[in-house]
Design a protein around this ligand. Structure first.
Ligand code: ADP
Ligand code: TRP
Length: 322
């Protein structure tokens, strides 16, 4: 059975972009792969500076995955900070990775371009830790959204580099990116992202969800006139959740006229509520069960550690530590 591995940062409330770009694939793929999934709380320290927030967002993400169908019997589900091998392998990779190479990383370049003088060494080093996360588990595929493509390529380079210096140790992983949902647009038309405040959150309460959907930016074509579905953000998001027939029906309404953006937003809101109906109920049910949720993460960490230890020992032998 082929192996997959992925991680998600506990950096805010999960949204449709996270779900369609990453979470849905992680959950679907657990049927056919040996799956490892972790909460990337070490990476989150590049932005989160508050212990309560770190705890709450980590917990929220764990409940999110369980509510959406992650099966802890099928997927090894754990917290990155519980498996110290990640940080240890990161240091080893640091010593064979060149600074100019990391300066080419998008996230670092963005921070520098924005004149961010506070950008940390951790942010600079982010792709190296991610390479350690991945390579410790020797996965075949890494399912992520399009924006993570460069990070996976860097992991491949780092694996190859280590293998060239010390001998074959790491499997070279492949990214797995679902093309049609590669980038989910946010309420303002840019990429949906926590950092842009343009998200539609899967588990927001009804009133917040309504506010988020109603805030989708549209043009000012009057209600009675025909509209172009291809350029409308509401349609772009609706398409990702609806069937082909439902999408066609909405596009026809746009082309005919007499159908306003308010109407289409209401349709999208009911689609989101319908699509996530069961998951939203599960979320409410699981959230209070702290022992159950933490128990799953602890069990997951034990299983993950076994695999991580094995790979790290192999790397240490190659280097000459053992
Ligand atoms: P955010 O940009 O909201 O901070 P993250 O960087 O934490 O999101 O991304 C978590 C996962 O969700 C990644 O695999 C990423 O590729 C995916 N993802 C995030 N936003 C989108 C989007 N708008 N469209 C598709 N996938 C996305
Ligand atoms: N950088 C990823 C993100 O922001 C999270 C992540 C950390 C990850 N380590 C990983 C994803 C390893 C895949 C594999 O979404």
């Amino acid at each position: 059975m082929k192996r997959i591995l992925s991680g998600v940062q506990p950096s805010g409330r999960p949204h449709l972009g996270n779900y369609l770009g990453a979470i849905r694939q992680h959950i679907e793929m657990q049927k056919d792969f040996e799956a490892f999934l972790f909460i990337a709380d070490l990476h989150a320290l590049t932005t989160v500076r508050d212990a309560e927030k770190m705890r709450a967002q980590t917990y929220d993400l764990a409940v999110t995955y369980l509510a959406l169908g992650l099966d802890p019997k099928k997927t090894v589900f754990f917290k990155q900070s519980d498996v110290s091998e990640h940080a240890e392998l990161c240091w080893i990779f640091d010593c064979i990775t060149k600074m100019p190479y990391l300066e080419r990383a998008h996230a670092w370049k963005d921070a520098v371009d924005k004149g961010n003088k506070e950008a940390s060494v951790g942010l600079f080093n982010y792709p190296v830790l991610q390479a350690a996360d991945i390579l410790l588990y020797q996965p075949d595929l890494v399912p992520v959204g399009q924006d993570q493509k460069q990070h996976i390529e860097m992991s491949r380079d780092i694996a190859q580099n280590f293998n060239n210096i010390f001998g074959e140790t790491f499997k070279i992983p492949e990214p797995f990116i679902k093309e049609n949902v590669a980038i989910v647009p946010g309420t303002d038309g840019q990429k949906m992202s926590k950092s842009y405040g343009n998200t539609i959150e899967i588990f927001a309460d009804d009133a917040t969800l309504k506010k988020q959907v109603m805030s989708i930016v549209t043009d000012s074509t009057p209600l009675e006139e025909p509209k172009d579905p291809a350029t409308c953000n509401v349609v772009k998001i609706y398409k990702l959740l609806a069937t082909k027939e439902e999408t066609k029906a909405l596009e026809d309404k746009y082309k005919k006229g007499g159908f306003g953006y308010g109407d289409s937003k209401k349709l999208l809101l009911s689609k989101v509520l319908e699509y996530f109906h069961d998951a939203r109920a599960e979320y409410q049910k699981i959230y209070p069960k702290k022992d159950y949720v933490y128990g799953i993460l602890e069990e997951g960490a034990k299983k993950a550690k076994k695999v991580a230890e094995k790979t790290l020992t192999e790397a240490k032998k190659r280097i000459g530590y053992l």
